[in-house]
Each structure stands twice: as structure tokens, then as C-alpha cells.
Design a protein around this ligand. Structure first.
Ligand code: ATP
Length: 424
């Protein structure tokens, strides 16, 4: 890219997180490329030299360069093909024309205009994210630091660029905590004061945007520490008064497994564990609330409907647990059958008491798998006319197995005879 930009006499920079992380010795492959000029024209030039497809947004001056493979890095530039860096490169790179954004009113989507790299960097959240490395020609490797990012990086400070930064975009308050905790930095004093003043503005942020930022936090390794800090800064309760944090939650979140639990739990692996874990954390967050209060929090965060329903299912089950302890297995099974695996796992993870936990564990590992040896085909072979009676009989047989009323195939057949007689 540096080469093509040089040939085209276009200044290009790699900016933001990549530069910050490089200077912190945490190199990443998350490239954020800013072009001082026409990013779309540069993307086209790149694809005509090295292949790949371009998609662009004329209005925003942005382009995406998608590549099938990076073979040219080996053939043209002699990089070893087996280098893990090449293998881990994302198949697409975003190129952005330097732009200024201004907000017509707080929390609105920004209005976009073409601008210089300096102004482009000025629209960013914190000084540590305003560093740019120029890439084209003889400028390759020059560090541009217009907003004091390097000093703040060295001092470990998260600092906004101007006093209305949180007013422009209140989600930056959550981002400030994420960077502070991730790098073991501190939110600079004045920034912290501005954050406190801007707390009420959180009300104006949509649920989707809040959830998007919270999701990033839930994906971090030190999630508990981050949420604790959000709570300390009163950011959680600014989002919703019932969004609180305590040692109970911290223990539960910290104890979540690092990968999908045993297959018996029935999670669908396609979703990916990171996404499932996020759903679990939201569920744990509100599971001790009443359904009404939990719904209010979930509505504020605009949690998707399926997830919302799973959480309400978990709350209902949690409330039923005292009744289920000591109930017959068949009663427990009829309560747990058909529930979403996420709801069952949430309640299992919520319960501290061994006896109640075991109830779900035994269901998942044993009872859920118990079925009668007789099935619908057998009933049909017996000449029983198909209808709701099939379900009644098969459920009764299963319940009898579950509750230990029958233990042999002979006893099952005898019970079947009885059931057929009483049903006719
Ligand atoms: P991460 O390492 O978590 O990906 P990042 O710094 O790369 O962090 P992104 O969320 O990927 O963060 O955003 C890329 C860049 O865009 C950031 O470095 C930041 O400068 C800018 N940015 C993102 N969100 C905002 C925002 N709400 N306000 C201002 N600038 C933002």
C-alpha cells in the first residue's frame, strides 16, 4: 500500500489502535488506514496492481479492498508464504479518506466532510488513539502526534481531546474505562471530571449502541475489573438503575468456563463461545431481578428478542427451583424439557446450593436421555388410532421409567396394556 500510495503521490497513514498497540509492544493486525486524498482511487489502484475486489461508499469516501489470497506478498515482495502474519491477515482492508465529522446535536450521527489527517485524528476519542504512522515513500515510519498521544501513552493516561468529547458521543465513557482497565492506565483527572458531568447524557444513547460497547467489554479478559470500574464511576446505574454489580456477579462471571460446556448442555457451537458467553453474562446480570425489572433493563439495552425470552425463561425457572427440589424426576423433567439450553445453564450457574444445582445436572446428563422403549410406531402396530392419546401414553411410559415405577421392558409392556385399556 505504501508503494502504490507513493507512486500515486498520496499520503497514507496507519492510525489509531494499531499504532497505540505497536508502541505498547502489543502488535495487532487490526489496520485502520487513513488516506489524505481519495481513498477510493487508491483502493482501485491497489486492486489493479494486486487483484482483489473493491467496494466503496462515495459519500463517506471509504473503500474496502477484499483479497482472495495474499500470494502477491510472496511473489512480489518475497515474504515467506508460511509466515503466520500473512496467514492471519484479514481478507479485507478498509481505506478511509481523511475526514472531519461534526455533530449537529449531541448523540446524532455525525455529518461528514473531507479533511486533513490532523482533523481526522481530532475526531477520535482519546489522545492515545490519535497517533498516526505515515506509510508512503520516504515518509514511511514517520510518527504524527498532533494531540499529545505519545506522552499520554508513556504516562498511562486516557485523556479526551476536548471538553465536549463525551457530549458528542457518550459511549466514549464506556470506551474510556475499557482502555483504562485493559492497559492498566488511569483516566486522566479532568477527563474523569468531564465523564462525571456527562453521566446523565447516557440516557440519550440508543440501546443498540450501549450494548455494542458493553459487548466489547464482555469480550475482554479482565471483564470483571472493567465492569467494577463502570460501577464505581456510576456508569452502570446511569444506563439503568437496576444494572448493578456485586461480588456475587463477579464470582459467577469469573467462574464461567473458557469454552462451551459439555455437549449435554445442548449449546449450538456455530454461535461461537464468545457470543454465548456474552449472552450468559447479560442473563446473570438480571437473573435475580423480578421479571418486570429484568425486562426493563433488557429493553433499555435493546437485547434481541430470542435472548430476552431466554433470560425470562431462566428467571421463571429460578423461581421454580424451591418447588422442584424434592419433586419427582418426571415433574422436574416436564419443567426442564423444551427450555432453551442457555436458560438452563444460566440457572445452573446461578445456583450455589449443591442439591438444586444437581437437579439440573442430573436432568442434563441422565433424565433428558431417558425415553420409553416403545414408540409411536409400536402404538400404530397395536392398531391404536393416531391422535393426542399417543403423546399421553408415551409421556406416561417415560414418566414411569423416570420415577422408577418400571424398570424392565416387561413392566413397560404391562403398563402399556393398562394405559391402552384406560384410554379406550
Ligand atoms: P480495539 O483494540 O478494542 O479494537 P481500537 O482502538 O482499535 O480498539 P476500535 O473500536 O476498533 O478501537 O476503533 C478504531 C479507532 O476508531 C479507535 O482507535 C478510535 O480512534 C476510533 N473510534 C472508535 N470509536 C470511537 C468513538 N466512539 N469516538 C471517537 N473515536 C472512535
Amino acid at each position: 500500500m505504501a508503494q502504490v500510495a507513493r507512486d500515486q503521490h498520496i499520503a497514507i497513514y496507519i492510525v489509531g489502535g494499531f499504532v497505540r498497540d505497536l508502541l505498547l509492544d502489543r502488535p495487532s493486525l487490526d489496520f485502520d488506514i487513513v488516506v489524505e486524498g481519495d481513498a477510493i482511487a487508491l483502493a482501485r489502484a491497489l486492486s489493479s496492481c494486486y487483484g482483489g475486489r473493491i467496494t466503496s461508499h462515495q459519500r463517506f469516501g471509504t473503500a474496502k479492498w477484499r483479497m482472495k489470497d495474499f500470494g502477491f506478498l510472496t511473489s512480489e515482495f518475497g515474504l515467506p508464504a508460511d509466515q503466520t502474519t500473512i496467514q492471519n491477515l484479514k481478507p479485507e482492508i478498509d481505506l478511509i479518506s481523511a475526514r472531519t465529522e461534526f455533530y449537529t446535536h449531541p448523540t446524532a450521527l455525525p455529518t461528514v466532510e473531507r479533511g486533513s489527517i490532523k482533523l481526522d485524528l481530532h475526531r477520535r476519542d482519546f489522545t492515545i488513539n490519535t497517533l498516526a504512522l505515515r506509510l508512503d515513500g520516504r515518509h514511511y515510519g514517520d510518527l504524527y502526534d498532533y494531540w499529545g498521544g505519545l506522552t499520554d501513552l508513556r504516562q498511562g493516561l486516557v485523556r479526551v481531546l476536548h471538553s465536549i468529547s463525551f457530549v458528542d458521543d457518550p459511549t466514549r465513557m464506556l470506551r474510556a474505562v475499557r482502555f483504562e482497565q485493559r492497559f492498566d492506565f488511569e483516566i486522566e483527572d479532568r477527563t474523569c471530571q468531564l465523564l462525571q458531568e456527562a453521566l446523565p447524557l447516557i440516557h440519550r444513547v440508543s440501546g443498540d449502541r450501549l450494548r455494542h460497547e458493553l459487548n466489547h467489554i464482555l469480550d475482554e479478559p479482565c471483564v470483571c475489573q472493567m465492569i467494577e470500574r463502570l460501577a464505581e464511576l456510576r456508569l452502570l446505574t446511569a444506563i439503568h438503575p437496576d444494572l448493578t454489580w456485586d461480588a456475587w456477579l463477579c464470582d459467577r462471571v469469573a467462574a464461567l468456563p473458557g469454552q462451551f460446556p459439555a455437549p449435554e448442555w445442548g449449546f449450538l457451537a456455530e454461535q461461537g463461545w464468545a457470543a454465548a458467553k456474552r449472552e450468559l453474562i447479560y442473563a446473570l446480570w438480571v437473573v435475580r431481578l423480578t421479571p418486570e425489572r429484568a425486562s426493563s433493563v433488557l429493553t433499555r439495552l435493546k437485547v434481541p428478542r430470542h435472548q430476552f425470552d431466554q433470560i425470562l425463561e431462566a428467571i421463571a425457572l429460578l423461581n421454580d427451583i424451591p418447588r422442584l427440589v424434592g419433586a419427582h424426576p418426571s415433574e422436574i423433567v416436564s419443567r426442564l424439557d423444551g427450555m432453551h439450553p442457555m436458560a438452563r445453564f444460566t440457572v445452573y450457574h446461578t445456583l450455589a446450593e449443591e442439591q438444586s444445582r444437581n437437579l439440573i445436572w442430573i436432568y442434563v446428563t441422565r433424565w433428558a436421555k431417558i425415553t420409553p422403549t416403545i414408540n409411536g410406531n409400536d402404538l400404530q402396530a397395536r392398531g391404536l388410532p393416531p391422535g393426542p392419546v399417543y403423546r399421553t401414553i408415551l409421556t406416561a411410559l417415560r414418566n414411569a421409567w423416570l420415577d422408577g415405577e418400571i424398570n424392565t421392558v416387561e413392566a413397560e409392556c404391562a403398563l402399556l396394556e393398562k394405559l391402552i385399556t384406560t384410554s379406550s
